[in-house]
Design a protein around this ligand. Structure first.
Ligand code: IMP
Ligand code: MG
Length: 176
């Protein structure tokens, strides 16, 4: 059990389980893009650990970039997604795969897809490490899902609770 700020979390996924998910995702994406050079664009900050380990398992040629948007305060999602950092690479006519740590309501994803489509990529797909299917209510298809999880707040492996917990090598779930 661990405590971050005022909340207690219990172990949910081990480092080995997370690594197996990354390996599966990297293989799925490679199968589709092995003859191309896709651009992976990670959504900061939560995605840092996922991007790093996903790339470790990705066998093909690829480029990597990041974007930052944020909608979370504490453990509650907000509908006001602010574009905190713009897109710094040219995605026009490129195969783009958005890498997300977790898709919850999908509000963040809607903003990202809207922004990216303004730049006319050749193709645009989404890969997320975690998806909360009970909460996700948007039409955007998510081509690659690492793990579907229940609607409970998690931390660790890049994911934070008010900025704490990103350094944990395992994923923990909020204890109620
Ligand atoms: P959405 O816009 O509601 O889909 O929220 C997406 C973002 O909220 C993710 O990229 C995360 O940064 C954050 N988030 C959503 N669920 C969790 C969670 O359970 N733990 C930590 N962060 C989360
Ligand atoms: Mg995020």
């Amino acid at each position: 059990m661990i405590t971050l700020h005022d909340k207690t979390f219990e172990p949910y996924l081990s480092a080995a389980e997370i690594d197996a998910i990354n390996q599966k995702l990297a293989a799925q994406v490679y199968k589709k893009y092995k003859n191309e050079t896709p651009i992976f664009i990670g959504v900061l900050n939560g995605v840092v650990r996922f991007v790093s380990d996903f790339l470790k398992h990705y066998e093909g040629n690829c480029e990597v970039s990041f974007i930052k948007l944020s909608s979370y305060q504490g453990t509650e999602t907000t509908h006001d997604v602010k574009r905190q950092v713009d897109l710094y690479c040219d995605i026009t006519d490129r195969h783009v795969i958005v890498l997300e740590d977790i898709v919850d309501t999908g509000n963040t994803l809607v903003e990202i897809i809207k922004l990216f489509n303004e730049h006319n990529p050749k193709s645009l797909e989404v890969a997320t490490l975690f998806l909360k299917p009970d909460v996700y209510n948007k039409d955007i298809p998510i081509a690659y899902v690492g793990l579907e999880i229940p609607n409970k707040f998690i931390v660790g492996y890049g994911l934070d609770y008010d900025e704490l917990g990103r350094n944990l090598n395992e994923v923990y779930q909020l204890k109620v």
